[in-house]
Design a protein around this ligand. Structure first.
Ligand code: GAL
Length: 648
């Protein structure tokens, strides 16, 4: 609980974009809307420090005092996501550089090189000055470090990045021989004589060394994490006792949030599903499950969402009536303890003037405003909720697997997000609660673990998966799994070397095919594609065989059942959503399903959090449903919150 509120409600507040008299109106309106929390200062560096060494905190003092007097708590941002023009002028080393050596300049945001000594020093000075001034300010309830690390620029090739990359590699491999071995540099005459010869994977004539690219991804995520930790440590050293967060952006390929989450007091996420996409709310559900899984025992915060349209898609659809509240309640149901927006008042100038806000340009006579006020009131009515209980089904998501899987020169290009989304959507179609976890677990009492396309599989993770099956769990694997080690090298002995025994099969060959290219029939009828495999079923039962494609007649789905009752189901291709659903129907035991959610229509989402059930009608039409003995008539986008049989 932050600031004594069961649920935080509010958004990014950028008062520096407005004349001071507007601020008083802002606070009055925030109170009207039920706002508890304003995130202040995210992009305020230039206003807080117009010149090096010259801080101007007077305006921020007045903003914080005003908010505090109005009973609004502050999530105070450290303002380091967009260094002002003076910081880089005459100091090109502050800017990030792309793979062709072209510099990013100021005039947008996030143009800094994460390893730049100057950037880090200036950021630390600013954060120190802010902390000295505000750690004890009664309005400050949370600190918000930087903003969406790695959202725009994560892969920096500046000179400082190159230096830091070499040091990172030296720490990892100790000797240049160790690096050569890990990167397989005997191939194409890439052998390095010293660490000084190693570069970031710059623009190159043809395919780059995949292990180098993979390490560069790891290094780049770590370099950003160092920026976060440096700011956090400055805040703590100055006496900050409030929780500290930095806002994640769900499926952000650039940052391995699983390594970050333990360093963060409250995980927070910015989530912008497309309201025009028929699966928009399902994409939202997947992201919320991912974020919840990063700190499973603690609630998280939805730090940013849009009240209606964004500005950055080619076509920006507004949210339909009720959709904003429905998607907000989905977040609460899936573990959030706060709903916040980008942003409080719509900007008049700048790149985001057409991005929706809680208080639109057209003012308080708008549907958006009415819905914002109604949601604030609704959140005040909700009972306190515990962190969500572990789900019986888990879906494995690993950043380093994502990086490696999407490397070049594979039998086919697989889109990691697409592969995993098919599975998560299938769990939603089945109304199954699903956690998103790392490959090494812990899997606890889970019944089914879904691990599609787990191409890069570390020995520890393989051992955890084997232990899960040995203890009675069901593991579902799909093609192109357990192929390489953490350096993207094949292990001795071909494919599936670590999971071969528990799967009871041998993978002989891969074939790249179009998505949905191969059909299979048998106990289940399936559509497979992407990478299909020539599989030999040794100790596994063949549940379906390919009817076409390069391996027609061969096993497409196998199952090996173990004495423990555990089993491994292996699909020799990537499955589409309907096929994934068919596999779930086969493997998820009845007692792992929520009996209250049986028979619900597809567009009705039902989620249990503690003793409370959230039922959301995402369909465009009204529905009648029965959940746990309670009859519900729900309009489109209506949300029922059931505490037992009582609707709250
Ligand atoms: C986020 C960012 C906000 C705003 C928003 C627009 O990525 O943190 O500052 O730009 O997107 O949707």
């Amino acid at each position: 609980m932050i600031g004594g509120h069961r649920f935080l409600y509010g958004g990014d507040y950028n008062p520096e974009q407005w004349p001071e008299p507007v601020w008083t109106d802002d606070v009055a309106r925030m109170r009207e809307a039920g706002v508890t929390t304003a995130t202040v200062g995210v992009f305020s560096w230039a206003d807080l420090q117009p010149r090096q060494g010259a801080f101007e905190f007077g305006w921020l003092d007045r903003v914080l005092d005003l908010l505090h007097a109005g009973g609004i708590g502050v999530d105070l941002a450290t303002a380091t996501a967009s260094p002002p023009p003076w910081a880089g002028t005459g100091h090109p080393d502050l800017y990030a550089v792309d793979e062709r050596g072209a510099r990013y300049w100021h005039g947008s945001r996030q143009h800094y090189a994460p390893t730049s000594v100057r950037y880090r020093r200036l950021a630390a000075e600013l954060v120190h000055a802010m902390a000295e001034r505000y750690v004890d300010h009664p309005a400050v309830q949370m600190w918000h470090v930087n903003n969406e690390y790695g959202c725009h620029v994560a892969l920096d090739h500046s000179a400082s990045a190159e230096r830091a990359f070499r040091e990172w590699l030296q720490d990892r491999y100790l000797t240049i021989g160790g690096l050569n071995d890990a990167w397989g540099t005997s191939f194409w005459s890439q052998r390095y004589g010293t660490f000084d010869e190693v570069t970031t994977p710059r623009h190159a004539p043809y395919s780059r060394n995949p292990a180098q690219v993979l390490d560069f991804r790891r290094f780049s995520s770590d370099a950003l994490l160092e920026c976060y930790l440096a700011e956090r440590d400055v805040l703590r050293a100055a006496g900050a006792i409030q929780p500290i967060t930095t806002n994640f952006i769900g499926f952000n390929k650039n940052v391995d949030y699983r390594t970050w989450a333990p360093e963060i007091d409250v995980v927070s996420d910015d989530c912008y599903p497309d309201p025009a996409h028929p699966d928009g709310y399902r994409h939202g559900a997947f992201e919320r499950d991912l974020v919840r899984g990063l700190s499973p025992d603690r609630p998280w915060l939805l730090m940013e969402q849009a009240s209606s349209a964004v500005n950055w898609r080619p076509r920006n659809a507004p949210k339909s009536p009720g959709q904003m509240a429905a998607w907000s309640m989905q977040s609460i149901a899936r573990g959030a303890d706060g709903i916040l927006f980008f942003q409080w008042r719509q900007s008049r100038a700048g790149a985001e003037k057409f991005h929706s806000a809680m208080l639109p340009h057209a003012g308080t006579g708008t549907r958006t405003w009415r819905e914002v006020c109604a949601l604030g009131a609704r959140l005040r009515e909700l009972p306190a909720l515990p962190a969500a209980a572990p789900a019986p089904v888990a879906l494995v998501h690993e950043w380093e697997n994502w990086w490696a899987l999407e490397g070049t020169d594979h039998p086919a290009d697989l889109d990691h997000q697409q592969v995993l989304t098919a599975w998560h959507l299938a769990t939603q179609d089945e109304h199954l609660a699903c956690d998103v976890t790392g490959a090494a677990g812990p899997f606890g009492d889970r019944r089914v673990v879904l691990a599609p396309a787990l191409y890069l599989l570390r020995a520890e993770a393989a051992a955890a998966l084997v232990a899960f099956v040995t203890a009675g769990g069901t593991l579902v694997l799909t093609s192109f799994s357990d192929v390489v080690d953490e350096c993207d090298r094949l292990r001795e002995g071909g494919f599936l070397t670590q999971l071969r025994d528990i799967a009871g099969i041998e993978v002989l060959e891969h074939a790249g095919v179009p998505d949905d290219a191969a059909r299979a029939v048998g106990q289940l009828d399936l559509t497979l594609g992407g990478i299909v495999e020539d599989v030999e079923a040794r100790e596994a039962t063949v549940l379906a065989r390919f009817t076409d494609g390069p391996y027609a007649g061969g096993p497409a789905l196998t199952r090996k059942t173990h004495a423990s009752g555990g089993s491994v189901v292996y699909a020799a291709g990537q499955l589409d959503r309907a096929s994934a659903r068919a596999v779930l129907q086969l493997v998820v035991p009845q007692d792992a399903r929520d009996p209250d959610f049986e028979g619900l229509p597809e567009d009705v989402e039902a989620v249990r959090r503690g003793g409370v059930v959230f039922v959301v009608n995402h369909a465009a039409h009204p529905v009648h449903v029965r959940v746990g003995g309670t009859d519900l008539d729900l309009e489109s986008q209506e949300v029922a919150v059931l505490d037992g049989t009582r609707r709250v």
